[in-house]
Design a protein around this ligand. Structure first.
Ligand code: GAF
Length: 422
């Protein structure tokens, strides 16, 4: 469940003293298969989560972006849009500011805006809260400006913000999942051609479910290891004479690499690309026990991420082992690594057992207790609540219209109420 639009509207009111022009939601993501394959031009298979980030926004008359967040105490961040450049904004506000910068760099004139943000995607859980923040901002700013920007382009713009403004060398997976995924589907994305296809994915209909286990161990993509892995992959591709590791499908070709570390990194990428295709083939075939097969691939992927790519962490390894021992069909760490979440595929009747086994194992080691959630393939980013407002407006009555009668235009942010009718 994403945060309540009513609450973020209230937050907007308390931060800026007026009413938002609209509320936009962008979901976080979980990745079913294909980790660290996106920047190697490979395949990924993420899906959008029910958890997300909501942004209540209104145009401003001046050229400033003013941001407040329910999760970030310490007053609004105030950013001048003219002359905005990488390095000028740090911390969480760099993500929305970077989106405004990247939109302008792509030739889209965005207005000044006030934006209030609320989230139920835990930061640092490897569920792509950053991309959700970028995508919610991108949708809000473009719609406030009356611009219809193609979602693929918007994903590329949001990624550019993250790469060049915030300084995280991530791939295109997270923004694509947030903007392009569909409810009840996983998104197959070919990161070389950027072609997408929607793959029906509804484990609940087969008596299975996806358990998200937030291990609550730190995760920070800017910390260096992510960039190091990316550089290693690029070096391996260079030494093998291909533009990217996507061009390789046979692990035997890796014998030409003398460095065992590079060999392992490349082996993970090649085998994970294949696992994406294998999962898609299973989902598209009606034959046999699809979810048992996907479970096995998930667990193989975890071993590859742990042993070849070396980005797992003790809590994730423990969560995977305990989940499997308690009956999960398969489990693996997801996201960039070094902290965050594990995704476990579990039959409905084993879910409680899995949760208890993982929680007990963490308690035995005195680790921070994990958090459990459901990962349900959900809809992509969108504007919320517009329909209700339009219906009320058309009826020329009710709450919305009465409020219109008592408001005055604020010099800065949208509307400011002269009397509170509530
Ligand atoms: C992070 C990045 F942002 C993605 O682009 C992707 O590389 C992922 O780590 C690993 O698959 O979420």
């Amino acid at each position: 469940m994403s945060p309540e639009p009513g609450e973020v509207r209230e937050l907007f009111r308390s931060c800026f003293g007026g009413a938002a022009d609209g509320v936009w939601l962008a979901p976080g993501r979980a990745n079913l298969m294909g980790e660290h394959t996106d920047y190697n031009e490979g395949y990924v298979l993420p899906f959008a989560l029910g958890q997300g980030i909501v942004a209540a926004a209104a145009r401003r008359a001046d050229r400033r972006l003013v941001l407040c967040s329910a999760q970030e105490p310490g007053g609004p961040a105030d950013v001048a849009l003219d002359g905005l450049a990488p390095g000028q904004v740090t911390g969480w506000a760099a993500y929305p500011a970077g989106v405004a910068w990247a939109l302008a760099a792509a030739g889209y004139e965005v207005p000044g805006a006030c934006i209030a943000i609320d989230s139920d995607v835990p930061a640092g859980a490897g569920l792509s809260s950053s991309a959700a923040l970028e995508c919610a901002t991108a949708l809000a700013l473009t719609e406030l400006a009356g611009l219809a920007v193609d979602r693929r382009e918007l994903a590329a713009i949001a990624r550019r913000a993250e790469n060049h403004f915030v300084g995280v060398p991530s791939g295109i997976m997270d923004q694509s999942a947030s903007l392009l995924a569909r409810r009840g589907h996983a998104l197959l994305l070919d990161c070389r051609s950027l072609e997408t296809s929607q793959v029906p994915f509804d484990p609940g209909a087969s008596g299975a479910g996806l358990l998200l286990i937030n291990t609550r161990a730190g995760h920070e993509l800017t910390a260096g290891e992510y960039g190091r892995r990316r550089a290693e992959c690029e070096q391996a591709a260079r030494l093998l004479g291909v533009p990217s590791l996507r061009y390789l499908t046979d692990v035997a070709e890796l014998d030409r690499l003398t460095d065992p570390v590079l060999r392992r990194r490349a082996r993970h990428v090649i085998t994970d690309d294949q696992r994406v295709l294998d999962v898609v083939a299973l989902l598209r075939s009606a034959a046999g026990d699809v979810y048992a097969g996907i479970g096995r691939l998930l667990t193989q992927a975890h071993r590859s991420l742990r042993d070849d790519f070396e980005i797992s962490w003790p809590q994730a390894d423990m969560a995977v082992d305990e989940a499997l021992a308690a009956g999960a069909l398969g489990a693996r760490m997801i996201g960039g690594g070094f902290g965050g979440s594990v995704l476990a595929l579990v039959r409905a009747d084993a879910a409680d057992q899995v949760r208890a086994a993982v929680a007990n194992a963490f308690a035995r080691r005195s680790w921070t207790a994990p958090e459990f959630g459901e990962a349900a393939p959900s809809a992509s980013a969108r504007r919320l609540g517009l329909q209700c407002v339009l219906v009320a407006r058309r009826m020329q009555c009710g709450y919305v219209m009465r409020r219109h009668g008592s408001r005055a235009r604020s010099p800065n942010c949208g509307t400011r109420f002269t009397a509170s009718p509530r």
